[in-house]
Design a protein around this ligand. Sequence first.
Ligand SMILES: C[S@@+](CC[C@H](N)C(=O)[O-])C[C@H]1O[C@@H](n2cnc3c(N)ncnc32)[C@H](O)[C@@H]1O
Length: 220
Amino acid sequence: MIASVKSRQRIIDHGEVFTPAKLVNDMLDLVSHECERIDSRFLEPACGDGNFLAEVLRRKLINVDKKNARNRDKWERDAVLSVCSLYGIDLLADNIVACRDRLLRVVAEAHAARFNIPLPEDAVRAAAYILSKNVVQGDALTLRTSGDRPIVFPEWSPVNGTMLKRRDFAYDHLLETAHVSNMPLFSDSGKDVYVPRTVRDFPPCHYLRVPDAEAVHERP
Ligand SMILES: C[S@@+](CC[C@H](N)C(=O)[O-])C[C@H]1O[C@@H](n2cnc3c(N)ncnc32)[C@H](O)[C@@H]1O
């Protein structure tokens, strides 16, 4: 199996070896149903430039396409919701930039292929903002940022069609407490699960307005 690399030094310093596309696809085929579900959440720790996230997004957008081939508004909303479901962490700043750009490009290309026009500016802006929150520079082993603060991820939940509810969570206690680290992250059988620390809670807003909601929220 051949894996691609950027430089020998980056392999030595950061173990930066990228997973080949065939292996990414084989692994995602094991959870193919989840890859198609628009709201099914994925975290790629040590995401590099997003080999897994980009393929999950591509698969979600095939489903978005099937559901909304004739409705551009709904296609764009579901595409932004697909972006909301993807999370990444990497140590290296250039990988984070590359990952965000790549995911945005996956949406733009799927949109152009379906509708023959560019993704509208307000959808680009919303998706880019969401990616700036969901794909972050930090250490996936400590769940802390490069500035040594706890990594905070927003949970984006659709409300009433075009609205999004945002709640921010920190996960640092997951690693600090033996009791907590023994608990499952989710359960279908009613067991106690690990509940991350809520950091901020935003009122619902239109999905295209999420970049503005933060500024409104912070106003004194
Ligand atoms: C083996 S590559 C994998 C990249 C991608 N997930 C893939 O499968 O192609 C490893 C990546 O992990 C990053 N990395 C290494 N240690 C890390 C850590 N503790 N936290 C976050 N990222 C890390 C490196 O910067 C590099 O981009």
